[in-house]
Structures are given as C-alpha cells and as structure tokens.
Design a protein around this ligand. Structure first.
Ligand code: G6P
Length: 484
C-alpha cells in the first residue's frame, strides 16, 4: 500500500477533486485495510466523473490518527483515479467535523439556527484542518491542474491554495442550501468564509435562490462588487462566476437496474412481506433536515383520519446511519424509533405492521428493489439542497407506475414539476396528498413520471459536468432553476 508521497505530475492538467468525504471510508483491521463505499449525493455525482476523467481525489477517509494518509488506486482492481487520504486526529474530528462542519455549518445552511453551536474552538480546528487539506493539495498539484473543491467543510481551502498556486484553476461546488444573508451573517466567521471562497474562479450551487443568497452575502458582508445580471463578483482584481446547476444522475444505470429480473423479484418479495395493498417508501440519511418524524406523524394522521386504510397501507422507512457521534443525531434516532413503536402499537391490524423500519444503508441494487416495490415515495425534507433520492426513484420507475410526494423545500422540487407537493410541517396536508397519491389513476402516474423523466434525461450527470467544469456560459444556465 503506497503512502502519501505522490508529488504533482510534470505535465499537469489533471483533475483534483477535494472534499471532506471521498468515495470510501477506510478501516484498518488486523486483516489489512478495509475499503467501505461511502453513500451521499456528493459521492454519487462526483465518483462517476472521476472514474471517467481520471485524476486525484483528496479526502478524509474517516480514519483517526496521526500517520500519513494512504494513496490508493480506486476503484479496487480498476485504478481509474487516485484516492489521496487525509487522516484527522481525534481532536480534529471533534472540532472540525462533528463541531464546525456538522454543528455550525450544516444547521446554519439548512436554517436550523437553534441547533447551531457557535464555539470558537470549533473555528480554530476548522482552520487547522483546512490548512491540512491545503498542504496535501499543494503537494499533489502542479500549476495547470484543475482543482474542484466541494462543500461547506472546506470553504477556506481555495484561498489557502491560491496563495501558493496563484494561477491554478479552482472551482467550488456547494451541495447544501446557501442561507439568506440575515442567517449567514449570524456566523461570527462569515467574512473569513466568504473570503476563502472568493479565491475560486467559479462557484456552483443547485438553485438560483442559493446563488442569489450568496451574491447578497458577499455584497453585504464583504462589500464586494456584484454584477447580478451576469452573476459575477469582482473581488481582489479577479472576476468570479457564480452559477446554478442542480446535480443530475446517471439515469441509464437506474433504468438498467430496474429492468433486471432479480431486482424486480426482490421488489415482489418486499411487497409480499409487507402484506399491504399500498406501499409508501422513505429513504433518508439519518438527519433532522429530512423531516422523518414529521413524515411519521403525517402517516399517523393518515391512519387516524382515513381508518379504512388501516391494514391496507404500509410505510417502509429506510434510515441510513449518519454522524453517530453528534448528540442531535442520537436524539433524532431515539425520537424516530419511539414514533415507529407508537404507530405500530396503535395501528397494527391482524398482524399487518404499518411501519417497517430499517436502520442501515442499502446497496444500489437493493435501493432500486425498494424503489420498485413502492407505490408512492415520500421525499419530504424540511430543507434539502437538492435530494437525489427523488431523481433516482423517478428513473427507476420510469417504465412503470408510481407516485412521488415532494417537499417544496427540497431543491429538486424546482425541477421535478410532475411530483405532488406537501408542506412537511403540515400533517393534514401531507396525509391528504399521500391519499391523493395512492388514489391517482395509473395513466396520470405514468404521465407525471414521464414529464419528470424528461428533465432528468435533459439535465443528467453529463449535463451537470459540462456546466460545472466551466465550459458553459451564463446563457446556458438551467431554465428550471431560473424560475425560483
Ligand atoms: C451531505 C453533504 C455531503 C456529506 C453527506 C454525508 O450530502 O452535502 O458533503 O458528505 O451529506 O454526510 P457525512 O457527514 O457522513 O459526510
């Protein structure tokens, strides 16, 4: 196994992706290094691009220690790109990851100000880890490489790299919502974060409203000159382009998986096991932004107010474990499990259990089997940058029937106009829309699926890559996001 000793290639021009979480988590076991695939929208979008383009992915591999990181060819056995592991100490994991990233940036960007813990110590460690990432990037890059930084964990990185690599092309993609300036300005370090980001050449967001929030933030907090018409910022003698480009998916992969006999068979098995006429599905990372308790309450409202549905409808809720060290996530898990128990205690009829709850991650094949088993997917976050589950579900169902209930607070709602909408904070509205989705005639389901599929095909992963790699001009920005 190679240690991190690679120095930038002589020819350059390579793609260097930098994010906190890479394509996999590494675990040192007595039998050797275990490579566990990571699950997130960021990974689903970026990994296929690196596989095709080649290059280097600099990321934390989830390991705690002081030793140098591994340099691994990935995927295993295929060697399409190099994974340059950054190792964090336990103090850094606490302050940078659990602290500043997950207990300040994450709740702030999603509008949960009451959950933000403004700790100076977290900030110090955030800076320290950004510097650590910067050292690795500088070591691995040469002047004509393209650096592509991702997400709220690494906002200081562009400026730290720029100091040592003044002509390097640096772009950034922000995967979560960018909050309104009134909210962002509560962050004591808002100015430093914006200055860090403005060392990029281009910054991408999922929607026009996040772009607008960002432009307002740099104008009001930094007093930077902003050209709203062309979506550019003039700062430090440079021009920074800001674009809206919602991530797309590789829809062909989902269509192909959905057509496989064994996956269709799995879907049948799931339906049989649920003993229900109707299957509702939720698939979410364990997170308070996803609205899982609110969804369970809406389901309870449905069974209370439409008693003839008892024994006929099941909610299959998959919760993928996440951020297990953070108190807010531990208490959320307890809250969900308590609600599941209460609903099942009240509404189990003739041993048909209304909520089936899985606390684990699924492989992509299993995921498609679950999508196929559902009559209606409930993608009802309280706030979500985009949400790829909604797109994956539609692509898996495109050749059949099925409904999608979406929260208007997910970025994907701007693109997927064929979905039913419901306010996740309003249990009655949610229950009524679930009922409407279950009663929807099959031709209407098909027509809505194909209208959503059209946009998923048009704005797929390749389209997204063309937007974010900086080849497109402002006139090519997505129409759907421009309506926001
Ligand atoms: C979101 C973020 C990603 C993050 C993922 C999983 O999708 O945008 O940057 O990697 O959640 O969270 P985790 O804390 O496990 O990396």
């Amino acid at each position: 196994m190679a240690q991190l000793s690679f120095s930038g290639g002589k020819t350059g021009g390579r793609l260097l992706v930098v994010s906190n979480r890479g394509a996999c988590t590494l675990r040192q076991t007595p039998g050797g290094l275990e490579i566990i695939p990571a699950v997130s929208g960021l990974v689903s979008a970026v990994e296929p691009i690196l596989r095709r383009e080649g290059g280097i992915w600099v990321a934390w591999g989830g390991r705690c220690g002081q030793e140098p990181g591994h340099l691994l060819p990935l995927p295993e056995g295929e060697s399409k790109y190099l994974f340059a592991e950054v190792v964090l100490s336990s103090e850094e994991i606490k302050g940078f990851y659990d602290g500043f990233s997950n207990s300040i940036m994450w709740p702030l960007c999603h509008g949960f100000l009451e959950k933000v813990q403004f700790e100076e110590n977290y900030w110090q460690l955030y800076r320290r880890v950004n510097e650590k990432f910067a050292r690795t990037v500088v070591k691995m890059s040469s002047h004509n490489d393209r650096v592509w930084v991702h997400d709220y964990h690494l906002t200081l990185l562009p400026a730290l790299i720029r100091r040592q690599r003044p002509v390097l092309s640096i772009s950034f993609f922000w995967h979560v919502p960018f909050p309104p300036v009134e909210l962002f300005a509560t962050l004591p370090w808002a100015g430093e974060i914006l200055r860090g980001l403005l060392a990029c050449d281009q910054i991408g967001f999922h929607t026009e409203s996040y772009v607008r929030n960002f432009l307002q933030a740099v104008e009001e907090i930094l007093r930077a000159r902003v050209d709203y018409l062309n979506s550019t910022i003039h700062w430090g003698g440079r021009k920074i382009r800001v674009i809206a480009a919602p991530i797309g998916i590789d829809w062909r992969e989902y269509l192909t998986l959905a057509a496989r006999e064994e996956i269709k068979g799995k879907a049948e098995q799931i339906r049989l096991a649920l003993q229900s006429d109707y299957v509702l599905l939720g698939v979410d990372r364990l997170d308070y932004t996803k609205g899982i308790p609110q969804r369970l309450q809406a389901f309870s409202h449905l069974l209370t107010n439409y008693p003839w549905l008892r024994g006929k409808v099941a909610l299959l809720q998959v919760v993928v474990p996440s951020r297990v060290e953070t108190a807010a996530y531990q208490s959320l898990r307890q809250e969900i499990e308590k609600l599941v128990g209460e609903i099942n205690g009240l509404f189990t009829t003739d041993y048909q259990v209304p909520v089936r709850y899985l606390y684990r991650s699924l492989t992509r094949q299993e995921l498609v089997g679950h999508y196929l088993a559902a009559d209606l997917a409930l993608v009802t976050p309280l706030r979500d940058g985009l949400n790829l589950v909604a797109k994956e579900y539609v692509a898996s169902k495109a050749r059949g029937t099925g409904g999608l209930l979406l929260s208007p607070f997910a970025g994907a709602a701007l693109q997927l106009k064929g979905a039913l909408l419901a306010n996740p904070y309003h249990p009655r509205e949610m229950a009524e829309q679930i009922k409407r989705g279950l009663e929807m005639p099959l031709p209407e389901q098909q027509q809505r699926l194909s209208s959503m599929m059209r946009i998923i095909r048009e704005q797929d992963l390749e389209w997204w890559w063309q937007q974010v790699k900086g080849m497109s001009n402002n006139a090519e920005q997505p129409e759907v996001a421009a309506n926001d």
